[in-house]
Design a protein around this ligand. Structure first.
Ligand code: DMJ
Length: 459
């Protein structure tokens, strides 16, 4: 069983790995001479820190959704655990070659994860973390029980889409299918097509892909005359309840999934919608300030600037721009991302780029800045992105590490810690850091795609 698992991972990684040298030997020899970062040492250090955080979870919160690293206890999102941290961490453990730990994660998932609970769950979060993680686990180890779990969960979550418009409600009861939360937002409406599309591929049942796409098309119908979307919308009527447009939380991953679904499924309709949204975003949301390129907030109907607010979530957009082919803008935005991160050593949740000061000073171990450094490095091979990644990662170690794991920060200025370690710290932040430095498993973007929680799938 173990040999079979290792064999599958090796085959998967061989399938996805195209070392940069193979693609362009001349260019990469040149890069090699000037590289000052010891990538191997950095990859090893990230792996050790991943293990440190994971072992903290295991020691104090095994079986719970997440670790509270200061009180050293476990935390569940709902009445019953959905094993969020093991599911989110599993593909990272496999990619980093932490086989014994991966086996323990697999065992607890296969032994005890179940979904037949009378419990309202947030459709978006459970989809990107749990459904997304289970599908990735299935692709990595081919164990049909992961696909069974994913299909069971998908069949429960899909009931959330049962609204007059086809846009999903925010919450769904896993047992009864009863929904609630008719005021939703583009991210929670349109971040399913990657997971659902791949579930359709593996099960042969098109309903998941079709349902997710229908919701995106419904949302697209309500965009403004200038092609912008707002922050919140009623999924029953299509009426906007907040018309502020931006690329931040509540909108971010909808844009990401327009682009990723167009690539993953070669979907022309999604490609066109992505292009139209992107043009509007670059016209009305982008903001060239004295200190660089940023994306602020504007009214979706008039395009009028409402605020110069940016933040750690917005940092993902540099990766999107790069993947969409706009490297000049992507590189400019990543320069701003890095500036925001390093100003206090760690980036704040929300940042006023005109005043260059934190609006919301906390840092909850978010990945987006490292994610964008990783994408930019992959597309440009410019070693400055290795340096950015190294600086950001080492500062996270410096300020967020605890004796037993990692903790969020209440304030990036005081560095006072907060008693929570999000599962995405393992699923995304440390995975992107590892992949940035790791040469053996470097991912060829033409062969894999990441969901918004950094779970990776074959294209
Ligand atoms: C993750 O859960 C996902 O990346 C999501 O799209 C928004 N951001 C968090 C991590 O910051």
């Amino acid at each position: 069983m173990k040999t079979k698992l290792i064999l599958c991972i090796v085959v998967f990684l061989a399938f996805t790995s195209v070392k940069a040298q193979h693609k362009n030997p001349g260019k990469n020899n040149a890069v090699k001479k000037t590289v000052q970062i010891d990538k191997l040492a950095m990859a090893n250090q990230v792996r050790l820190e991943f293990l440190h955080a994971w072992l903290g979870y295991k020691k104090f919160a095994w079986g719970y959704d997440a670790l509270k690293p200061l009180s050293k206890t476990g935390h569940n999102w709902y009445a019953h655990s959905l094993l969020m941290t093991p599911v989110d961490a599993l593909d990272g453990l496999l990619i980093m070659g932490l086989e014994k730990e991966a086996a323990d994660a697999e065992k607890i998932i296969l032994d005890s994860l179940r979904f037949n609970y009378d419990m309202d769950v947030q459709n978006f979060e459970i989809s990107i973390r749990i459904l997304g993680g289970l599908i990735s686990a299935y692709e990595l180890n081919n164990n049909p029980r992961f696909l069974e779990l994913a299909t069971d969960l998908g069949n429960r979550l899909i009931k959330a889409f049962n609204s007059p418009t086809g846009m999903p409600y925010r919450y769904v009861n896993l047992n009864t299918g009863k929904t609630k939360g008719n005021i939703s937002n583009p991210a929670e409406i349109g971040t399913y097509i990657v997971e659902y599309g791949i579930l359709s591929k593996h099960t042969g049942n098109p309903v998941y892909f079709e349902t997710a796409k229908k919701a995106m098309l419904a949302l697209n119908k309500y965009r403004s005359k200038i092609n912008l979307i707002g922050t919140s919308i009623n999924v029953e009527t299509g009426e906007w309840t907040n018309t502020e447009s931006h690329v931040s939380g509540c909108i971010d991953s909808y844009l990401e999934y327009l682009l990723k679904s167009s690539v993953l499924f070669n979907d022309k309709e999604m490609k066109q919608i992505w292009n139209e949204n992107l043009t509007a975003v670059n016209t009305y949301i982008a903001d060239e300030e004295h200190n660089g390129l940023w994306y602020g907030h504007s009214d979706m109907n008039t395009g009028k600037r409402l605020s110069t607010s940016y933040g750690s979530l917005d940092a993902f957009f540099a990766a999107c721009l790069a993947m969409g082919g706009d490297l000049p803008r992507a590189e400019k935005l990543q320069a701003s991302n890095y500036k925001m991160f390093m100003q206090n050593g760690i980036e704040p949740e929300e940042y006023d780029y005109a005043k260059m000061e934190a609006i919301n000073p906390q840092y909850i171990l978010r990945p987006e800045n490292l994610e964008s450094a990783y994408y930019l490095y992959n597309f440009t091979k410019n070693e400055k992105y290795l340096k950015q990644g190294q600086d950001m990662f080492l500062n996270i170690v410096k300020y967020c590490r605890t004796t037993e794991a990692y903790a969020a920060l209440k304030d990036v200025k005081t560095k006072e810690k907060k008693d929570y370690m999000e599962s995405f710290f393992l699923a995304e932040t440390l995975k992107y850091a590892f992949l940035l430095f790791d040469d053996n498993h470097s991912i060829d973007f033409n062969k894999v795609i990441f969901n918004t929680e950094a779970h990776l799938y074959k294209r």
